[in-house]
Design a protein around this ligand. Structure first.
Ligand SMILES: Nc1ncnc2c1ncn2[C@@H]1O[C@H](COP(=O)(O)OP(=O)(O)OP(=O)(O)O)[C@@H](O)[C@H]1O
Ligand SMILES: [Mg+2]
Length: 296
């Protein structure tokens, strides 16, 4: 499987430019889209799942042109929108059965087996008789995940799938995706939660204001941040100065003040020690760098 995105632009009717010359190549496995609010993640995803046309540019999916072969591409897709909502009186299992039917599983017995399998996988088996619209927020999210995946799609596009999930469910979901990514499948996942990406995505793109600012592996992004992450034991006026000058990642109280982790260059503090960056550090560093280019 392969998705090639070339020179993609999206300008909304109100003149807002949501995507600007996006070029990406997405191959089998898990691909993470990372970026702040309004970066263009959902816009890109809506184009990928053929719900919206780009203003310019090309997308090719496994040899199919996204603009010309929408039908073929739709058959390959499973999609979880960011604002997944449904207005239905269907029971949870009925809703999933309906989704399975839409994805082409016509045989009733096969459909029922799939429904039970997915109810188990996303932890909704015990509430299968409950009306879908009476589920809790997190349960609805899990139902959304199940409806996206029940048809065994070759391309999975999930927009902020872990929003509202508790840590246990987040891990469960991560495992479902890791399992899936072993097959001939592309999974595109957007998130604000850096931890969702670090453990599972081979590749990621960092979007900011509609532009791809970085593409590569999480390790490559982390490597770019080496030498820019610091830990400082500090207190008093120096602490206040650090807070106003640098992007603080964490602050932990210590005996004499604070243990602060921050990103930046030429840290102006007595006890600054360079530390090994992780993906969260890398993300903060990049965002700082992009919003404040002249500072670093
Ligand atoms: N239908 C629309 N009409 C006009 N502007 C829109 C529309 N949808 C999104 N936008 C704008 O396009 C930009 C990108 O929005 P998008 O929803 O793609 O970002 P996002 O990265 O998904 O953000 P978030 O993390 O908040 O979900 C934003 O400035 C947004 O306000
Ligand atoms: Mg979004």
């Amino acid at each position: 499987m392969k998705i090639q995105i070339e020179h993609l632009d999206k300008i909304y009717k109100n003149g807002k430019k949501a995507l600007s010359d996006v070029n990406l190549e997405i191959e089998n496995g898990m691909f993470g889209l990372l970026g702040p609010n309004g970066a263009g993640k959902s816009s890109l995803m809506r184009i990928l799942v053929t719900l919206m046309k780009p203003s310019q540019g090309k997308v090719n999916v496994n040899g199919y042109d996204l603009m010309k072969n929408r039908g073929e591409i739709r058959k390959m897709l499973g999609y979880l929108p960011q604002d997944f909502r449904f207005f239905t009186k269907l029971k949870t299992w009925e809703f999933l059965s309906y989704a399975a039917g839409l994805s082409g599983i016509r045989n009733k017995k096969e459909r029922m087996e799939k429904v039970d399998e997915w109810l188990e996988k996303v932890g909704l088996y015990d509430v299968r008789e409950r009306n879908a619209n009476k589920l809790s927020g997190g349960m609805k999210r899990r139902l959304g995940i199940a409806q996206a995946l029940i048809g065994d799609p070759q391309i999975v596009v999930v927009d902020e799938p872990t929003t509202g999930l508790d840590p246990e469910e987040r891990i469960r979901f991560r495992n479902i995706l890791s399992e899936l990514s072993q097959r001939d499948v592309i999974i595109v996942l957007s998130t604000h939660i850096v931890g969702d990406i670090s453990s599972v995505c081979q590749d990621l793109a960092l979007l900011n204001k509609g532009k791809v600012e970085f593409k590569g592996s999480p390790e490559q992004l982390i490597n770019k941040t080496k030498g820019h992450v610091w830990q400082v034991s500090t207190s008093g006026i120096e602490y206040e100065m650090l807070k106003s000058e640098y992007a603080i990642i964490s602050t932990i109280p210590s005996e004499n003040g604070w243990e602060v982790q921050l990103v930046g260059d030429n840290i102006n503090a007595k006890n600054a020690v360079e530390i090994e960056p992780n993906l969260e550090h890398a993300y903060v560093y990049f965002m700082e760098y992009l919003t404040n280019q002249n500072r670093f």
